[in-house]
Design a binder for this molecule. Structure first.
Ligand code: NAD
Ligand code: SER
Length: 317
């Protein structure tokens, strides 16, 4: 069995992806890493853990050599709102971190999964049914690093034959690990506040449609893409993937079906509103469906039922 390294594995996606990889391939085959040390609060499998700052190329190479790693799931990054607050650090982590991972992959023959994002699009991108191949002129540091990352991954594939693959994730909704500072975080916070206070004050406006996806689908997307037949992949970096296109009002209505009397009001954060306005309303993910059989399982109602069921248990503890 080829061994797997996960970077940024204590984050919202990394923690659940690491668990899924351990279940699928065995704990002994997965090494989870993050810039911070794992604590008892982290919801992560009991497999080998190392502290790894992805801006340190020597440490990445040492770990890959030591464990004979053949696949890297590279999740370490700063998300959109944090990246806008710290653009220099975002460039360093998102770009230099990716470059370091790709260089190690080239040297040691690893395949690499790197998520891109709806943030790779901008105001001049068509917002409805955003095509797989279209204008990408984002106006945020996060978006700049995501477009540049897609191009860099394509370059390493074409120039050095590194098996690079990626998806453009939409906002990811989950109940285990909190999101790390993105524009779509409202879609997670709203469930916590609905259970705790039956009320949520949203930082994005009503009517802002964005693509979203429930965590189990996000995890399946990563693993299924990495297991897909390489010969069938035309796009590689990175595939549009989506499960639903929703705005805060639709999300609130789906919660209200289970929590009667739940209310939403609005206090707009201009930075995150500006970012959301520049992103697609809904993406066309037909290339992912055709090239590697992408198919989400969760729609809005199924996700809301599952989120509320699990969060009620979590918040009672
Ligand atoms: P997150 O912020 O929850 O987690 C990122 C992790 O990276 C954190 O645990 C952090 O400690 C770690 N990290 C930060 N700097 C590091 C460094 N220098 N070296 C090593 N680790 C470092 O992010 P996430 O939501 O899990 O996102 C993972 C990936 O998916 C990112 O590339 C992100 O852009 C992408 N993505 C996420 C979403 C989403 O909604 N969560 C949507 C689209 C794309
Ligand atoms: N959820 C992510 C963010 O808002 C999208 O990439 O940053």
């Amino acid at each position: 069995m080829n061994k797997i390294l996960v970077t940024g594995s204590l984050g919202q996606i990394g923690s659940e992806l690491a668990n899924a990889l351990c279940e699928r391939y065995g704990k002994g085959n997965v090494i989870v890493t993050d810039i911070r040390k794992k604590t008892g609060d982290d919801q992560i499998a009991d497999c080998e853990h190392a502290v790894l700052d992805v801006t340190d190329p020597t440490k990445i190479a040492d770990l890959v050599k030591k464990h004979d790693i053949k696949t890297i799931y590279h999740l370490a990054a700063l998300l959109s709102a944090v990246a806008e607050a710290k653009p220099q650090q975002a460039w360093n982590v998102n770009m230099n971190g990716l470059y370091n991972v790709l260089e190690v992959a080239r040297e040691f023959g690893c395949s690499v999964f790197t998520p891109s994002s709806i943030g790779a699009f901008g105001l001049s991108t068509p917002h409805d049914k955003t095509p797989q191949d279209t204008i990408q002129r984002p106006n945020t540091m996060y978006g700049v690093t995501k477009v540049a990352g897609e191009l860099l991954c394509d370059y390493y594939h074409k120039r050095f034959n590194v098996d690079t693959r990626g998806v453009r994730y939409p906002g990811i909704i989950s109940y285990k690990t909190l999101p790390g500072g993105g524009t779509t975080d409202y879609a997670v916070e709203i469930y916590y506040e609905a259970i705790k206070n039956k009320k949520y004050t949203c930082f994005l406006k009503a009517g802002v449609y964005l693509d979203m996806m429930y965590m189990p689908d996000a995890i399946n997307a990563a693993i299924n893409l990495m297991e897909a037949d390489s010969a069938k992949l035309i796009h590689r970096n990175a595939f549009n993937v989506t499960a639903m296109s929703i705005d805060p009002e639709l999300l609130a209505a789906s919660i209200r079906e289970h929590i009667h009397g739940f209310t939403i009001d609005y206090k707009i954060d201009p930075v995150r509103q500006g970012i959301a306005d520049s992103w697609p309303d809904s993406m066309d993910d037909s290339a992912a469906r055709e090239e590697w059989g992408w198919q989400p399982e969760y729609n809005l109602n199924k996700m809301t039922q599952d989120m509320l069921k699990h969060l009620k248990i979590k918040l009672q503890k």
